[in-house]
Design a protein around this ligand. Sequence first.
Ligand SMILES: [Zn+2]
Length: 147
Amino acid sequence: MLSKLFGKTRQEKHEGLVAYMASIYGPCPACGGSSSDHDVWEFASARPWSPGSHSANLEAAIVRRDWLAAAKIWEFRGNDNAITYSFLRCPQSGSIALLRLESFVELWADDRVTGRWVLAGDDLQAAGQAAQGQWRRVGEQGPRPDV
Ligand SMILES: [Zn+2]
């Protein structure tokens, strides 16, 4: 991904990253528009192809809609494939979608979203509470620590 951004100014890199992430996330499941002006929180990640991964615990927490338990699992490493769960907040509708993203270190494999769910009711309320103060704009570099 980063190789596509070489040789550009900081502003071009930022716009390139916003466009890239918006293309990976795809249209907002709530409003159907581009996600480039939406907020996102990447809150959990696992490396299911690596030994000792807590990916089963993460998937179970997601199924239970236990966002806080899920957010305690962060196995992301820049040098390994990962599954990341994110919330995407829609400024038009105020709704929050849950995105499941598979990301790959291989340059020939683009990251791809393999699940999109628009949250409702208690799930939506709990997601909003869990994400409070964590939102950043799509494509903005936030803290995404390696473990
Ligand atoms: Zn939207």
